[in-house]
Design a protein around this ligand. Structure first.
Ligand code: ADP
Length: 197
């Protein structure tokens, strides 16, 4: 269990409003969730580029990339998936507190952990974006060859096949990538972010 004795919160002399004044934007966690292959990373990469070009302070946390470093000790059991998301929720909440627009693209299949991320970021600093594509479409795209492997039994605990995905019930934004092109999804998300920050 975590050791927490003798740890006292130390307040600083800088507040979020000061950072907001300096940066001209508020911190926001944009949490993209959806099946593998639904388009989260593709959309996040484009949105990051566009926001940067428009002068926003933006950073992207990608599921696969973070699993190379911070979360390299974690696998895909339910407990490890929860811990994966818990750490990302903490990190993205810190980024948002620092004033950054943080694009988070993780499958994040469990509602309770997405709710945890929302609570960590705080009201007005979190947007859940459901990147939706049905399983057949994702399996057809199969950008990383993972569905093929899962079908052949080479991957256990694969979301949508041998591990559940709990769809968002009330996301701030829904991007249905079976109906919208990448460009359309990117424009929708950009419109949303520009209004919110
Ligand atoms: P995820 O990050 O959700 O696992 P990726 O972005 O890595 O998904 O992969 C999605 C794949 O689907 C990419 O190869 C992308 O080019 C392709 N794709 C095809 N149509 C779309 C669309 N309308 N929106 C997003 N991605 C699409």
């Amino acid at each position: 269990m975590v050791k927490r004795e003798n740890i006292v919160w130390h307040n600083g002399k800088v507040n979020p409003e000061q950072r907001r004044g300096l940066l001209g934007q508020k911190g926001l966690v944009v949490w993209l969730t959806g099946l593998s292959g639904s388009g989260k990373s593709t959309i996040a990469v484009e949105v990051e580029k566009r926001l940067l070009e428009e002068g926003y302070w933006v950073y992207r946390l990608d599921g696969d990339n973070v699993r190379h470093g911070l979360n390299s000790d974690l696998g895909f059991s339910d407990a490890d998936r929860d811990e994966n998301i818990r750490r990302i929720a903490e990190v993205s909440a810190l980024f948002a507190d620092a004033g950054m627009i943080t694009l988070v693209s993780f499958i994040s299949p469990f509602r309770k952990m997405r709710q945890f991320a929302r609570e960590k970021a705080g009201a007005g600093h979190f947007a859940e974006v459901f990147v939706r594509a049905d399983l057949e479409t994702c399996a057809r795209r199969d950008p990383k060859g993972l569905y093929e492997k899962a079908k052949n039994g080479e991957i256990s605990d694969f979301t949508g096949i041998s591990s559940p995905y709990e769809e968002p019930e009330d996301p701030e934004l829904l991007l249905d990538t079976t109906r919208m092109s990448v460009d359309e999804s990117v424009e929708h998300l950009l419109d949303y972010i520009r209004i919110v920050v």
